[in-house]
Design a protein around this ligand. Structure first.
Ligand code: SF4
Length: 360
């Protein structure tokens, strides 16, 4: 491997990583252009220093309460205008039924996200959390992206802080981290002009952290952004983490063009996916966990990504709509046995966790 690092002209970056020094944007650009296996090797060094051979997964359930959306971002196949034949909004009773149907399973996390809904009142979102927490008191409730939180503040006339406090009192414990996309204003203006700004996304994450609500963070890559814009996004997350230490996990989200307004784009290749995974691990030296989200990557590539910096493979899921409306080729659910087998075959030790990465 030393020969590979030398041949790739990455000795100075390897030394920085070895000494625990922070990588710069220029280092990131060089890594993006370097051979895949050399970048993967360096990311794996950092991954193993932090987590050894452990790979985490969670027994979880996804609830998508609605896809009727005011924003209609160009990269999204999930959001539909109100009245669209594929649009849906679940009643609170329907959501309760979905939770009750799986009460016998040892679910440790309920992941709840939806859309920027045209007319649901703020009370619906608060009551949703309260009812799920009542039915599933032992599970961690991870709900609502910063996009949704910003919308709740708009419709309720409350501050972001007040909205978060009310949701926390109802049972919300973690924010899932979506809505970050790519922070660069040029990209946001083009692909999601109605979405909250990068500054607001970061302010909501930091406010949540200060209130004791942890969160994940994400980056949707592989559409119109440049490598530099990706790296700037990662550096902005790293700087926010320096301030609050509230991010649990980073999830690089691989763009799926099918059924979106950007369907003419090819989407990222496998090499792109693995390099971005590795770059995420190397740049985000202060965020503990990097997730290979198998729903977006497919289980096969997520398994390989465990050797490219990822230490988490998400969870069992069962019912996922957001990526599957973009015709994701992954299944809707993996059993605990299937997840553990994927991890073991990649040479790692499966560790079941909760949302806070506490081992079970
Ligand atoms: S990404 Fe979110 S805000 Fe944008 S259209 Fe999809 S559901 Fe709506």
């Amino acid at each position: 491997m030393k020969k590979l690092i030398k041949a790739a002209n990455l000795v100075d970056i390897a030394e920085k990583i070895d000494q625990g020094k922070r990588l710069s944007l220029e280092d990131g650009l060089r890594l993006y252009k370097a051979p895949l296996l050399a970048v993967g090797y360096l990311a794996n060094l950092m991954r193993e220093r932090l987590h050894g051979r452990k790979t985490y997964y969670v027994y979880n359930q996804h609830i998508n309460y609605s896809n009727e959306c005011l924003n209609l971002c160009k990269f999204c196949a999930f959001g539909k205008p109100k009245g669209h034949p594929e649009g849906f909004t679940l009643t609170l009773e329907e959501i309760e039924q979905k939770i009750k149907a799986r009460l016998k399973e040892p679910i440790k996390e309920i992941h709840i996200v939806g859309s920027v809904h045209p007319d649901l009142p703020f009370d619906y979102y608060v009551e949703l959390i309260r009812r799920v927490k009542t039915l599933r008191p032992e599970a961690v409730i991870k709900a609502y992206t910063a996009t949704e939180i910003s919308h709740f503040a708009d419709i309720s006339g409350k501050t972001i802080e007040a909205v978060l406090k009310i949701l926390k009192d109802a049972g919300l414990e973690v924010l899932p981290g979506g809505g970050a996309e790519i922070f660069a204003p040029r990209v946001r203006q083009e692909v999601c002009p109605r979405k909250l700004t990068a500054e607001k996304w970061l302010a909501i994450a930091k406010t949540a952290h200060r209130l004791g609500i942890k969160s994940n963070c994400t980056m949707l890559y592989g559409h119109i952004e440049t490598y530099e814009e990706r790296l700037q996004h990662l550096i902005a997350l790293r700087e926010a983490q320096d301030e609050t230490r509230g991010f649990l996990c980073f999830i690089p989200l691989s763009f799926h063009p099918k059924n979106t307004k950007l369907s003419y784009l090819p989407g990222p290749t496998g090499v792109e996916d693995l390099k971005t995974m590795a770059l995420s691990r190397l740049m985000l030296d202060n965020i503990p966990h990097i997730k290979a989200y198998w729903i977006m990557l497919t289980p096969k590539l997520a398994q390989v990504a465990l050797n490219f910096g990822a230490d988490d493979i998400d969870g069992t899921i069962l019912e996922e709509k957001i990526t599957h409306m973009a015709k994701a080729e992954s299944p809707q659910c993996l059993t605990r046995t299937e997840l553990e087998a994927l991890i073991k075959e990649a040479g790692y030790e499966p560790v079941e966790r909760d949302t806070f990465f506490r081992e079970i």
